[in-house]
Design a protein. Structure first.
Length: 147
């Protein structure tokens, strides 16, 4: 999908950390989004994923998803994380995947506000999984404003 490739390149260009973390967009269905990352570039001294990497991947999952949604709507925007809450649940000992989604009716509401030239604050939940188990829960609020 061309739009995914475009956002993957933008992610690497505008947020170089994403490339260093080994992040790859895994899936975008319009309402669901996931990215995956290998353990090796994110490993800590205990042989598990570094907490800062897990947090960064959760933030980038939300950011990438919103960028894709806005690209799909042909909107040029600036997106930033405003605030976040994270809960580390289990140690991560392998490749991990961050997943988020947004209800279509909720997105239509935010989109209508953006199309009026106003900024929005969108809350997103991101969960990170390793071997099918939830290892991190993230709640972030993103600010999007038309560019």
């Amino acid at each position: 999908m061309e739009i995914i490739s475009k956002v993957q390149k933008a992610l690497y260009k505008h947020i170089p950390l994403a490339k260093h973390l080994g992040i790859q967009i895994e899936k975008f269905t319009g309402n669901d989004f996931s990215i995956l990352a290998p353990l090796e570039p994110n490993i800590n001294d205990k042989g598990t994923a570094f907490g800062g990497s897990l947090y960064s991947i959760a933030v980038l999952c939300g950011w990438g998803f919103l960028q894709l949604k806005c690209s799909e709507a042909k909107l040029r925007v600036e997106t930033v994380i405003h605030k976040a809450q994270v809960k580390y649940i289990l140690p991560v000992e392998g490749e991990f995947t961050a997943k988020t989604s947004l209800d279509e009716s909720e997105w239509r509401h935010w989109l209508s506000v953006l199309k009026k030239g106003q900024r929005v604050r969108i809350p997103l939940n991101v969960d990170v999984f390793c071997d099918g188990e939830k290892v991190l829960s993230f709640i972030g609020k993103y600010v999007i404003k038309p560019a």
